[in-house]
Design a protein around this ligand. Structure first.
Ligand SMILES: C[S@@+](CC[C@H](N)C(=O)[O-])C[C@H]1O[C@@H](n2cnc3c(N)ncnc32)[C@H](O)[C@@H]1O
Length: 473
């Protein structure tokens, strides 16, 4: 019920011009931001058709529903997931289902189309060309890639082998699927495949996670038995990924300051079979880097709150305006988190990621951080990845709907520079994965945090010390 109420509330605010969809969704503090975002975008996209259905069936009169709530419910019933949740509203809507279905069918006949998407206005149909496949990460804490592939084949899916080029990922349709070309534990399906009710998903054997969001843990690649921090962890997709890479051995300290999101995270980690974690409802900025508890932490994953501008809403093509003050505040927060993380005395590697497309939250934050922390340098990541950080930070990765067929994303990896004779890096020489498929394994949601006492970030400075990507031995 909460999902539908929130979605209706946001549509109402958008209509009153009280904010852009993305900002309102992010500020809503709803637990599953992605789900809420998708529902709002899709309902908006079909708004005209939904309105026509509501008017011709006189739904508002029959049910006393408010307009936006009715739209959201009709969308989900007729076009979306089929009202998976909804409590008493579900029961009420089901009573009217045949009238509503008949109204939709009449509209299709009138417009001489057979598919729902052909009812969309032409400009929205064009944005629909944005194509992000359905990515499924195999949870190696519970199963193996081979077992999942076998299970799916028995379930009527057809396995096409491993993709040899990115374009292959866009060719999938129906029940065909393939292994990703970069990440061994990632399976790729047509965007239309829905796994939310699938046994493998419910049992925690697979995790529904965008490919770009799988990169941070994969690239950090902490060793089995290592001590690792996930600084802004909820709802925990990257935490469970880190645990899988660590084979549930060692210590995974996960922090988040949002209680609700942490409780969702606990459920997710339980389902995923993660046991090596210590969850803390704590502000990462207040965690003491010199505490004996963290004396062996050598790896940190930092995926802080961001604008979420990389998350694609098919309705707006991702082009919503961002409030400059909000971006500034976020960038200052991200820089504080980075500077704080680099204070952990034994830290060797840190991966910084955002689901933002804005340079202010990505390359600019990273450039200032490098200026302030000369002991650290950028690692050149995945040489054949097609989309790089903005010049001069080409060691970093970017991801997008058009070049990598993922949501928009940014990833940077920092490494502590040590003198040759200290040996501490050599001991860790195989931590940066090459993009080969030889090794096993490899969420974005959030809540706004605007507690900034940093100075305004200066423009990115041209610091660029390249270092060749280490290959896995
Ligand atoms: C982008 S989300 C993290 C997504 C997560 N890494 C995943 O993959 O599922 C950012 C998270 O940072 C949390 N956060 C924001 N400020 C924080 C702080 N000062 N300390 C700890 N967590 C914080 C938010 O509550 C939010 O859950």
């Amino acid at each position: 019920m909460a999902l539908y109420t929130k979605a209706a509330e946001i549509l109402d605010k958008v209509e009153q011009k009280r904010g852009a969809v993305k900002t309102l969704v992010y500020d809503s503090k709803f637990q599953n931001i992605k789900q809420l975002f998708a529902l709002v975008c899709e309902t908006q996209k079909y708004s005209a058709v939904l309105q026509e259905i509501i008017d011709t069936t006189r739904l508002l009169k029959l049910t006393n529903l408010r307009q936006h709530l009715a739209k959201v419910l009709v969308y989900d019933l007729l076009i979306g997931q089929g009202l998976k949740c909804g409590g008493s509203w579900k029961a009420m809507m089901l009573k009217h289902r045949s009238r509503l279905q008949a109204a939709l069918a009449r509209i299709k006949v009138k417009r001489k189309v057979s598919r729902n998407q052909d009812l969309l206005p032409p400009n929205v149909q064009h944005n629909n060309d944005v194509h992000i496949p359905r990515y499924v990460r195999v949870n190696t804490l519970k199963t193996t890639v081979e077992d999942v592939i076998d299970y799916l084949k028995r379930d009527g899916f057809s396995y096409q082998g491993t993709a040899s080029q990115l374009e292959d990922l866009r060719s999938l349709s129906g029940k065909t699927f393939m292994s990703d070309l970069h990440l061994r534990d990632l399976l790729v399906f047509s965007a239309k495949v829905n796994f939310h009710d699938h046994y493998l998903y419910k049992a925690g054997h697979i995790i529904l996670q965008d490919k770009a969001s799988c990169l941070p843990a994969y690239l950090l690649d902490p060793p089995v038995g290592g001590h690792v921090i996930d600084a802004c962890a909820a709802p925990g997709n990257k935490t469970s990924h880190l645990a899988a890479i660590m084979k549930n051995k060692g210590k995974l300290f996960a922090f988040d300051r949002d209680t609700k999101r942490l409780s969702t995270m606990s459920t997710l980690l339980l389902r995923a079979g993660v046991t090596c974690h210590q969850l803390a409802n704590e502000d990462f900025l207040k965690v003491d880097p010199l505490s004996p508890a963290y004396k062996d932490v050598k790896h940190i994953l930092l995926d802080p709150s961001c604008s979420g501008s990389g998350m694609v809403c098919l309705h707006d093509g991702g082009s919503e305006e961002q409030d400059p003050e909000r971006l500034k505040a976020l960038a200052a927060f991200q820089l504080r988190c980075l500077n704080h993380a680099l204070k952990f005395p034994k830290l060797q590697n840190l991966v910084y990621s955002t689901c933002s497309i804005h340079t202010q939250e990505n390359e600019e934050v990273m450039s200032v951080c490098l200026e302030k922390n000369p002991d650290f340098r950028l690692i050149h990541l995945l040489p054949e990845w097609p989309e790089r950080g903005r010049d001069p930070l080409t060691q970093c990765l970017r991801a997008s709907t058009t070049k990598t067929f993922t949501h928009g994303f940014f990833i940077a990896m920092l490494e502590r520079q040590t003198t040759r004779n200290s040996g501490s890096l050599d001991e860790h020489h195989d931590c940066h994965r090459s993009p080969s498929k030889s090794e096993p394994t490899v969420g974005e949601e959030e809540q706004m945090v605007v507690s900034v006492d940093e100075q305004q970030l200066p423009a990115a400075r041209k610091r660029n010390r390249k270092k060749p990507k280490k290959q896995k031995s």
